[in-house]
Design a binder for this molecule. Sequence first.
Ligand code: AMP
Length: 539
Amino acid sequence: MMQVPLSVGSLMEHAESFFPKKEVISQTHDKLHRLNYGEIGQRTRRLMSILNELGISKGDRVGTLAWNHHRHLEVYFAAPGMGAVLHTINIRLSPEDIIYIINHAEDRILFIDEDILPLIEHIHTHLATVEAYVVMTDKAELPDSTIQPLYSYEELLSTGDPSYEFAKDIDENQPAGMCYTSATTGKPKGVVYTHRAIVLHSFALGLADTAAISESDVSMPVVPQFHVNAWGTPFACTWFGSTQVLPGPRFTPKRLAEFIDRFKVTITAGVPTIWLGLLRELEQGDYDTSSLRAVLCGGSAAPLGLIKAFEEKYKIPFYHAYGATETTPLATISRLKSYQQDISQEEKFQERARQGILVPGLQMKVVSDKGEVEWNGKDMGELLLKGPWIADEYYKDNRSLDAFKNGWFHTGDVVTVDEEGTIKIVDRTKDLIKSGGEWISSVEIENAIMAFGPVFEASVVAIPDEKWQERPIACVVLHEGYENKTTKEDILEFLKPQFPKWWLPDDVLFFEEIPKSSVGKFLKRELREQVKARYSPQG
Ligand code: AMP
């Protein structure tokens, strides 16, 4: 067979050739844009020529600090399309982490949204390698700024060459993108995606038994383009010619609901927090969501109650998927097999609340201290992954040695596997509660609590215990109107029939909000501190 390198640029070329009339609908700060792939392709080519003029060459890192919109999508293809590396930066991280990430990646140019400009003004003197800044704005005039040199995206594009060629000498194993993931301790860790990994991962998103992304889809990624490439959807959707709806800066659940209704969105993707917010909005407003054929949910465990609410109340198919920055990210997705269709409705929900089976193309192993665990749905071990879209190191980081030893990525996630091969994430290795020599899954208890009607959100953390080593404490946020009505005892009563006695939380604390990470996951480190403070004499 022919040896044809897989390249990100070729995905956009395909869209230009075969789907030039299909649209990208994009919300920016000031307005809604509608461009087709013919136009997006030309603008991407213009941008490649500009990057070239600005001195960006093969292997150079092109940083972005931006929301989900068409200009960001164009950088997604222009940087790797001309052989450079797209480096998406999480705008919700602390300024210190952002400085670290930009310097560590040695970004030469930064594309930033106008609302990020104040942050960059604050930190730009610390950015050692950045030579130019480009503001992605609709406004004709650039804001006054101390940053130099500062360009307007649209002004630059207007002088670009619309027929500039995508690089033809791409080695598929060369870097196309990179993204940093927050570490529990220490600085963020960089993951580099090759052209090959991104293209193969895009294929995976198109498989009928995964996300089945296709031309007929109207895809709205809510997961940010600055977090694991919006789960790879911009690449796959462009390649397959799906319509894309990009919800833009600082979107609200209301905007998401309106866009689903107005643009007849068929598939959308995001973390559970987003879907909890959308549910609230659907309850308040009158929206037609009947176009949705799939809500993809990942990033943290999807509570059973959430899946049920979408499917039973709104008839919206809800798919639970699992992955990580290091896995590009799709690794598993939860769908019932054909012969599992005749189990009861409740069992179906239980099954689909698990993280699902491995996506074709990847390999997995689950290991405990005693070796590989049995697929019996009970034994717990750490999930290890291998495959063409799984990272094999962190970028210039000696933490790689542990995480990638023996040719496997050690996910840090503790799972069980049942006889169908379906995994269930029990916990992060560091969040498991070790009580009396046994393990308690904080995730299982929190999901059970979240299935209790009055509860909006719940997170369970360990506190040190003299006798048992650690004991679980439940931290609960109630739905509006239930404060002072639902008690600790109500919650424990609800849990009692579902768990062994020793799994039940020693206490239930009520919170107004559970602290969350920059990508909407429970920040257990912070929560543990808050719990400790409540128990301290001053707290
Ligand atoms: P990140 O690299 O920030 O995307 O985080 C990856 C981590 O998120 C994984 O290692 C898991 O701990 C967690 N995660 C992702 N998807 C799921 C899921 N569906 N259920 C439970 N945890 C998840």
